[in-house]
Design a protein around this ligand. Structure first.
Ligand code: ZN
Length: 215
């Protein structure tokens, strides 16, 4: 990958970060985005950076062993990304947000920890699938990375209790779209609670999973 290719990726991260911020999916300096590079390293949004105002040149570039090669120091939640990448060789990008509706679902006492949101729509099943809950940990606690690692091999997205989603995709756009699909489905789920909604049947879910496998 050439420097020009990497710079284009930096620009894409900044553009999509601003798009997420402008639509209220992330706020303050929360949320982070990473992309896996062909050399085994990563581009990652910096610590204390607002996704709405990223400077592409200051986005962190890390080597495969985690060393900082360029830009500012990476997000303190980089271990979440590393845990997911380690378990998902096909993942090219990861998005982690504290998006309101997903966090709201993560705080509910009666959700199924093996699958937090029912299969309400086909696109949710195709882009997110089964969403397990990771028990609450103090932010930055490295055992949170271990908990994510234990689930990431079987799930392209996990929901951190009282915190937010971590979502992998084959590339940057796929990871962002899956995160948006998750947030909108969390909103639908909250709208429909108490209304006994009709959800997709196990056979309908299995049919979608066979036709549209995720990375
Ligand atoms: Zn977080």
């Amino acid at each position: 990958m050439t420097t020009a290719d990497r710079n284009r990726l930096r620009e894409r991260i900044a553009t999509l970060g601003k798009s997420l911020f402008d639509r209220g999916l992330t706020m303050g300096a929360s949320g982070n985005i990473s992309v896996r590079l062909e050399d085994g390293g990563w581009l990652m949004t910096p610590t204390n950076a607002c996704l709405g105002r990223l400077d592409p040149a200051r986005i962190s570039r890390l080597a495969g062993d985690g060393r900082l090669l360029e830009g500012d120091a990476p997000t303190k939640e980089s271990f979440l990304h590393r845990a997911m990448y380690d378990e998902r060789p096909g993942a090219g990008a990861i998005v982690h947000l504290h998006s309101t509706h997903s966090v709201a679902v993560s705080c509910l006492p009666d959700i199924d920890p093996g699958d937090c949101i029912p299969p309400l729509t086909a696109y949710y099943v195709m882009r997110v699938g089964r969403l397990p809950l990771v028990p609450y940990h103090v932010p930055g606690d490295p055992t949170l990375g271990d908990a994510v690692r234990g689930l990431a091999g079987r799930h392209s997205a996990v929901l951190l209790a009282n915190h937010g989603p971590v979502v992998a995709g084959r590339d940057l756009e796929a990871a962002v779209y899956a995160t948006e699909e998750l947030e909108e489905t969390a909103k639908l789920y909250l709208l429909l609670r108490g209304h006994n909604p009709r959800v997709l049947t196990p056979a309908q879910v299995a049919d979608l999973e066979a036709r549209f496998p995720r990375d």
